[in-house]
Structures are given as C-alpha cells and as structure tokens.
Design a binder for this molecule. Structure first.
Ligand SMILES: NC(=O)c1ccc[n+]([C@@H]2O[C@H](COP(=O)([O-])OP(=O)(O)OC[C@H]3O[C@@H](n4cnc5c(N)ncnc54)[C@H](OP(=O)(O)O)[C@@H]3O)[C@@H](O)[C@H]2O)c1
Length: 157
C-alpha cells in the first residue's frame, strides 16, 4: 500500500524556507502516530529539514528511502534512483512524506491519502500540486482547532 501524508493550507502551501510554515502540535502528533516505525520515502530537502528536529540523526521510521542525486550513501537511509520502479517493485506499506515533486509523482500510485487541511493562508515557498480526488472516497474526517484531518481511500485506478 502506498500512503501519502501531508498538511497544507488553503493555497496548498506545504513549506517555507525548508520548514513547515506553521506549528500545530495536533498535526505533529498525528504525523508521528501514522508514520512511527513505518517505511518512508522523502526528498533530500525534507530529510535535511527533519534532521533539525532529530539532532541524533535517528528518525523514528523503520526504513528511510531518499530521493537524491547529490546525497552520499549512508547506513541511515537507502537512496532511490527511479521512483516509478521503486513503487512498481514494492509491495510493502510505504509512506510518502514529501516534498512537492515527490508527492506529485506519487499521487498516481497512492492507495491512501492522509490530508491535514490547515485553515487559513500562510507565507511560504513550497506547494502541493493541483490534484484530483475523483478516484478516492473520504473514509474519515475529524476536526481540531484550525485543522481538518481527512483520510481518503482509492476506489478505482
Ligand atoms: N506540509 C507538509 O506536510 C510537508 C511535508 C514534507 C515537506 N514539507 C516541506 O516542504 C519543503 C521541502 O520540500 P521540497 O519539495 O522543497 O523538496 P524535497 O522534495 O523534500 O527535496 C527535493 C530534492 O529531493 C530530490 N528529489 C525529489 N524528487 C525527486 C525525484 N523525483 N527524482 C530525483 N530526485 C528527487 C532532489 O534532491 P537532489 O538535489 O539531491 O538530487 C531534490 O532537490 C520544506 O519546507 C518542508 O518543510 C512539508
């Protein structure tokens, strides 16, 4: 199963200066709960941004895949070259955790979407691309102050 998880504002903003544009404890807890000990894939900038919050370098995932042509090999992650063959040859539970281009290219493989809608419009520089929920159904949603949490499941390919 391929899962995408992201938080965006009303303009689809997701990032600002290599950080989240906001601080919402409820959303961070949600992200940690969904992704803890899971296999994740992310872009280089998202990885470097997460390291700021985990100075030990030990992120709380069972396996970390990173898309990058510039990072050097490390025993902390596995570099992925070709995203399409990564998804086609993987039948495990994978969580796509950003950023922008990776979300866009992963959307067609997604089985489940965890979307946090952040109410309001913030300043920043990184956006989630336009997307369609035509092939998904809303499975669950709930509210927290300034946030709407949604879980969508794919209904057709
Ligand atoms: N709101 C949210 O839910 C959320 C989630 C994640 C991230 N963010 C935010 O988004 C920002 C970072 O995202 P970003 O979109 O700027 O960068 P990113 O996707 O994290 O990283 C971009 C880099 O990843 C590599 N890369 C990405 N896609 C690739 C592909 N298809 N093939 C090969 N390499 C690929 C390239 O690295 P090389 O240059 O090394 O080749 C590229 O420069 C930060 O502000 C972060 O806080 C927000």
């Amino acid at each position: 199963m391929i899962n995408l998880i992201w938080a965006m504002d009303e303009n689809r903003l997701i990032g600002s200066n290599n950080k989240l544009p906001w601080t919402f404890k409820d959303d961070i807890e949600h992200f940690k709960k969904i992704t803890r000990n899971k296999e994740v894939i992310m872009g280089r900038k998202t990885y470097l941004s997460m390291l700021k919050y985990y100075p030990s370098g030990n992120l709380p995932f069972s396996k970390i895949y990173i898309l990058s042509k510039t990072l050097k090999e490390s025993n902390k992650f596995i570099l992925v070259d070709d995203l399409d063959s990564f998804f086609k040859n993987n039948n495990k539970d994978i969580y796509v955790i950003g950023g922008s281009k990776l979300y866009k290219e992963s959307m067609k493989y997604a089985d489940v979407l965890y979307i946090t809608h952040v109410l309001g419009r913030y300043d920043g520089d990184t956006y989630f691309s336009e997307y369609s929920l035509e092939s998904f159904r809303l499975k669950k949603f709930w509210l927290k102050p300034k946030l709407i949490f949604c879980i969508y499941e794919r209904t057709k390919i």
